[in-house]
Write a protein that binds this ligand. Structure first.
Ligand SMILES: Cc1cc2nc3c(=O)[nH]c(=O)nc-3n(C[C@H](O)[C@H](O)[C@H](O)COP(=O)(O)O)c2cc1C
Ligand code: SF4
Length: 574
């Protein structure tokens, strides 16, 4: 397909229909490009030249740019393919649960599939995602996946266990009730916090959030109240609120559980944040691999609009706010906040250089408050009970509770909510530890961008400050266990391949470094040489120091920590 000019290729009737239905009167809005590409892909299974031409005409986008966007995301294809696509996760948690065996079984049974990075279903590994394009497209998460569940088209879903004792806050509603019913949500305290926020006023809501010492749960641990205040103080208008629900860090599934099981709470929390920071429009960017979460959120948004809880003059408060869902399309980098803005704007999801920071120049060049789902989900509690009550749980440096995603070789994988300061060993015990007869080899803490720690770290309190002191990170709350049956070399190689495949390629240290790192690990897995160990250290330093964004800056962390645990011996064994 030529990538610079329109060609004579015309859309088919169904492609035209898909584009028209998605644009629905919003002609020329480039930020509809991603939804339009989804609409074509969902209808036909791939994005043809005629369809892309038509989308470009209607949205006033240059074909070269639309081509660049369509080819950026792994869930889209610009080549003809079957309307049925099966994505099978072969990432780390699923590897521990037999993903390679599943892939072999599928190959032997002549079932077409594509390998996928983490699908965020690690609590029910191994996982798959099935898509069937057509007038009523189907997207289905299948976990645990096996030849049988895939053939029977059962979704294999079982509830994720959750524990938190008396400190449970965020998971209160996830295991009971109807997540699609606004009445049910209200009967269990829903929307009291928004009313309270209106009573307090925006400035008090910000002050309570500052007093709560809430730190962002998306990985960077930035104080939420300060970010809110910075956006509220900006003279430029309008202000935007973005909820980052891209959750693609391997091993992470906490935001998915919140969105699937308590979607109204996410929408209420977004409304409170928007009120505090003076935002009239919000987006929730949900990773493309989470169809159930997107469906439940859309149901919640529609119900909230119908009941005067979104839209103009909410509850006669004088405050107006509305939310749109944006579905990601398979790109880990779009979780990085500025890449996410570009993605919403209909551009390639490549990170921007910072500064300027989003609070000043964010989405559409305007002041933007961007927060993780779990971060926002804490706001109703803060507003209702006050910042001091929130900060009374946890430690001085790490207020409140935290969601941890337990997976890997652990007896009761799932989502656990505990107060900050609970030790790693206590959380591991809640989940039952490694299976009987096995011993713990290592734990991946914080995700692929985090680090491996050994059993000695079980005594570590789970706080930002203790993790930092141990040169680790809580990251996105991943706690993935590996017992002595797991080949850690294979796991580390999968982490390296993940970064190689997910680098957006914009800057040299990351683009080249992630490839060289992967190659060095392949060699090390065969034969350890001091040269390759030294090369890994050099690459890691260069990526950390000179990459534009957090992906390149953290791509060597897990690998370096694995070397410390002597996954690869440091001496030559030639
Ligand atoms: C490569 C990369 C991926 C990221 N993915 C996510 C993500 O999926 N969800 C998220 O909330 N933050 C993610 N972040 C962090 C965001 O850039 C940003 O810090 C966060 O959304 C801010 O919200 P918080 O202050 O509530 O943590 C990612 C960062 C990087 C560098
Ligand atoms: S560090 Fe990697 S992911 Fe980030 S901008 Fe550079 S190439 Fe892209």
């Amino acid at each position: 397909m030529p990538d610079l000019h329109f060609t004579s290729a015309a859309p088919t009737l169904e492609e035209r229909d898909a584009v028209d239905a998605c644009i629905a009167g919003r002609e020329g809005e480039r930020s509809l490009l991603l939804p339009v590409l989804h609409a074509i892909n969902d209808r036909v299974g791939w994005i043809g030249e005629g369809a892309l031409n038509y989308a470009c005409e209607r949205l006033s986008v240059a074909p070269a740019e639309a081509f660049g966007v369509a080819t950026f995301y792994s869930m889209f294809s610009i080549k003809p393919r079957s309307p049925e696509v099966l994505h099978v996760c072969d990432d780390i948690a699923c590897r521990c649960a037999g993903a390679e065996r599943l892939c072999r079984d599928l190959e032997e049974a002549n079932v077409a599939f594509t390998r996928s990075p983490c699908l965020g279903l690690c609590d029910r590994a191994p996982a798959a995602l099935y898509a069937h394009a057509g007038p009523s497209p189907v997207h289905k998460q299948i976990a645990p996946a096996s030849l049988e569940t895939l053939r029977s088209s059962s979704d294999g879903v079982t509830a994720a266990p959750h524990i938190g004792g008396s400190t449970i806050r965020l998971l209160q509603r996830v295991s009971s009730g109807d997540p699609e019913s606004l009445d049910d949500y209200r009967s269990r305290g829903g929307y009291q916090a928004l009313r309270k926020a209106f009573e307090l006023g925006a400035q008090r809501a910000i002050e309570e959030t500052i007093a709560s010492n809430l730190l962002g749960r998306g990985g960077a641990a930035f104080p939420t109240g300060r970010k809110m205040q910075a956006v509220a103080a900006q003279a430029a208008q309008p202000h935007y609120l973005v909820c980052n629900a891209d959750e693609s860090e391997p091993g992470t599934f906490k935001d998915r559980v919140l969105m699937e099981r308590d979607p109204f709470a996410v929408i209420e929390a977004m409304t409170i944040a928007a009120f505090a920071a003076g935002c009239e429009r919000g987006f929730i960017y949900v990773r493309g691999e989470y169809p159930l979460a997107a469906h439940r959120l859309q149901t919640a948004i529609d119900a909230a609009r119908a009941q005067d809880l979104l839209g103009r003059d909410i509850l006669a408060s004088g405050f107006s706010f509305d939310v749109e869902i944006r579905r990601g399309a398979g790109a880990y980098i779009c979780g990085e906040e500025t890449a996410l803005f570009n993605s919403i704007e209909g551009k390639r999801g490549e990170p921007r250089s910072k500064p300027p920071f989003p609070v000043e120049i964010g989405l559409f060049g305007k002041p933007t408050l961007i927060n993780n789902v779990e971060t926002l989900a804490n706001l109703p509690h803060i507003v209702l009970h006050g910042g001091a009550a929130f900060a009374a749980v946890g430690t001085k440096g790490s207020a409140g509770t935290r969601l941890f995603c337990l997976s890997g070789t652990v007896r009761r994988p799932g989502l656990y909510e505990v107060a900050h300061g609970t030790t790693l060993g206590e959380v591991v015990d809640m989940a039952g530890g490694v299976p009987d007869g096995r011993t713990l080899q290592a734990i991946l803490l914080g995700g692929a961008a985090g680090s491996f720690v050994g059993p000695a770290a079980l005594a570590m309190p789970l706080t930002f400050e203790d993790a930092r002191a141990a040169e680790a990170t809580l990251g996105s709350g991943v706690v993935m266990l590996f017992d002595d049956s797991i080949d850690l070399t294979d796991i580390v190689k999968r982490v390296a391949r993940f970064f190689r495949e997910e680098s957006c390629g914009q800057c040299v240290p990351c683009r080249v470094g992630t490839v060289r790192q992967d190659e060095a690990l392949e060699r090390l897995a065969q034969r350890v040489t001091p040269d390759d160990i030294a090369l890994l250290n050099d690459i890691g330093r260069a990526m950390r120091d000179a990459s534009i964004c957090g992906l390149g800056q953290t791509a060597a962390n897990a690998i370096a920590s694995a070397a410390t645990l002597r996954v690869f011996p440091t001496e030559a064994t030639t």
